[in-house]
Design a protein around this ligand. Structure first.
Ligand SMILES: [Zn+2]
Length: 112
C-alpha cells in the first residue's frame, strides 16, 4: 500500500524497514506535505543493509519545529508566520526519509 509519493518516488508501507506503528504521528505530516517536497540522492558510508547492493539513497528532509502543543510546524511555515512562535518554546524537529535506490526499502530518521 502506498503511503505517499514525493515526485516520482512511491513510499509503500510494505517497504518500510521499521515498525510503522511507531511513526503514526509522523506519517500524516509527510502525507500532508508530500506535494511540496523533493528528494536528493546521497551516498552513505558502507552499503545499505537492506540489500547490500549500493550505498546510494534518496533522501528527503523536512525541517521544522514542535510547538508547546506538540504540533509540528515546518521551518517554512514559521518563516512565513513569525508571530506563530511568540511566547512559545519551539523545539527543533527534523524528519528525514532515506530510501535505497536499488531495492526501494526506506526508513524514517528523526532529529530532535
Ligand atoms: Zn536496498
Amino acid at each position: 500500500m502506498r503511503l505517499f509519493s514525493i515526485n516520482d518516488l512511491n513510499f509503500n508501507e510494505e517497504d518500510f524497514l521499521d515498525n510503522i506503528n511507531e511513526y503514526e504521528d509522523i506519517i500524516p505530516i509527510i502525507e500532508e506535505l508530500q506535494n511540496f517536497l523533493s528528494y536528493d540522492e546521497i551516498e552513505c558510508v558502507g552499503e545499505n543493509e537492506c540489500c547490500n547492493k549500493t550505498n546510494k539513497n534518496y533522501i528527503v528532509e523536512i525541517q521544522g519545529f514542535i510547538d508547546g502543543n506538540d504540533e509540528f510546524i515546518t521551518k517554512e511555515e514559521l518563516e512565513n508566520n513569525p508571530t506563530r512562535a511568540q511566547g512559545e518554546i519551539m523545539d527543533l524537529f527534523v524528519i528525514r526519509l532515506y530510501k535505497c535506490v536499488d531495492c526501494g526499502k526506506w526508513i524514517i530518521d528523526i532529529l530532535e
